[in-house]
Design a protein around this ligand. Structure first.
Ligand code: SF4
Length: 199
């Protein structure tokens, strides 16, 4: 089993087994849009089907493939997602690292007004927007038709995100990168969707 992405300036070379790498890039000018327009209907989860994408490449949140790129320096490896590497090209990307944020980093949440602010009050909107834009470019480069993204993340969340209070409250919605990837035409799944479909 292996997961890999073709080498570009923005993502990684072939990687063994369930390990992936991401590279950091400079911030761009993309605008974040994480407010009301990003609300996702529950129906999305039901209509999604991994099988409709056959063996086509998928962009994947790098932390789901074992990359320690989370805000706290850990990863979120998913056995179900890693198993797809035997039949699909998986292209790892971490939008927050791509946006130039360090690892570890102060956790951020999307605010009700659409800005992304970290727990210390710093506005991280432009870094999140840049990372989202670069994730879209990577998906286009590798002709990804779908993406598997980490649930509940302010970048990658597909069905829900935290409400901005840093109190652990989830609300329907999606992350900044998820919104950009969806707008670019990719079908989105999170790791729970993959578990439901394949296990
Ligand atoms: S959820 Fe997305 S942004 Fe957060 S660590 Fe994983 S890949 Fe990076």
């Amino acid at each position: 089993m292996y997961a890999y992405s073709v080498n570009t300036t923005k993502t990684a070379n072939v990687v063994p087994k369930d390990r992936t790498h991401t590279s950091k890039n400079q911030q761009g000018k993309a605008k974040a849009d994480a407010s009301k327009g990003n609300r996702v209907e529950a129906q999305d989860r039901k209509s999604a089907s991994v099988r409709t994408h056959g063996g086509k490449p998928a962009l994947v949140s790098a932390c789901l493939l074992g990359e320690p790129c989370r805000y706290d320096g850990n990863s979120n490896p998913s056995q179900a997602v890693c198993a797809l590497a035997s039949s699909h090209i998986l292209v790892p990307a971490c939008p927050e690292q791509l946006g130039g944020l360090p690892t570890p980093r102060v956790p951020s949440e999307i605010q009700p007004d659409g800005r992304v602010v970290d727990k210390h009050g710093a506005d991280r909107t432009s870094a999140f927007a840049s990372g989202a834009q670069q994730a879209v470019e990577i998906a286009r480069t590798h002709k990804c038709t779908w993406a598997i993204l980490k649930a509940n993340s302010p970048s990658c969340g597909v069905h829900a995100v935290y409400d901005g209070s840093f109190e652990g409250v989830l609300v329907p919605g999606q992350g900044i990168a998820a919104a950009a990837l969806r707008a670019a035409g990719l079908e989105l799944f999170d790791e729970a969707d993959i578990r439901e479909e394949l296990l």
